[in-house]
Design a protein around this ligand. Sequence first.
Ligand SMILES: Cc1cc2nc3c(=O)[nH]c(=O)nc-3n(C[C@H](O)[C@H](O)[C@H](O)COP(=O)(O)O)c2cc1C
Length: 191
Amino acid sequence: MADKVINVVCICGSLRKASYNRMVMNALPGLAPAGMSIKEAPSFADFSLYNVDTQEASGVPPAVQKLVDAIRAADGVIFSTPEYNFSIPGGLKNAIDWVSRVPNQPFAGKPVAIQSATNGPLGGGRMQYDLRRSMIFLDALTFGRPEIFIGNVSTRIDAKTGQITDQQTVEFIRQQLAAFAKFIERYGGKQ
Ligand SMILES: Cc1cc2nc3c(=O)[nH]c(=O)nc-3n(C[C@H](O)[C@H](O)[C@H](O)COP(=O)(O)O)c2cc1C
């Protein structure tokens, strides 16, 4: 895979306009290793609440299909997401539930990395293990370490400029992306 560009899509778990996780996501292309391209995945903001009846009556909505297609086409997926009430934000979980119900769901065999930023001191650690659990059920290849937990995020990212001001955080993200690229080269492309 040496000359091939690694295409990664990033799913931001927060719908908030001034989201810190969105700021992290926006910083990723500048921190990615050579040969890795990172783009934002299509939004799940307009997904209806998942209901089997809706899917049976009307099929997979176009917005869901767009996200499914983007995940399927990508070499890897990164989640940049907050923790809500010690777990996965409801909107993001709903999006995963929708995506999981298409035939040949696209997370199977897909390399996935997780990052979280929260205002709490643990940086979303509890959420990450719940998200890993969902990814296990979906047969994703979830990347291990280094993990990215950005705690007390308002002290590490300048909310006005969107810049990550904490250099240790910048360095951890750089290291995770470099290791994720190697992980994709080693294990990806098997779905
Ligand atoms: C519904 C809700 C639940 C939250 N639960 C947690 C939590 O369990 N742990 C935590 O560290 N922060 C929690 N927070 C605070 C978030 O970390 C903080 O709002 C953060 O900025 C959200 O990420 P965002 O800036 O990307 O939207 C919660 C916030 C909301 C709105």
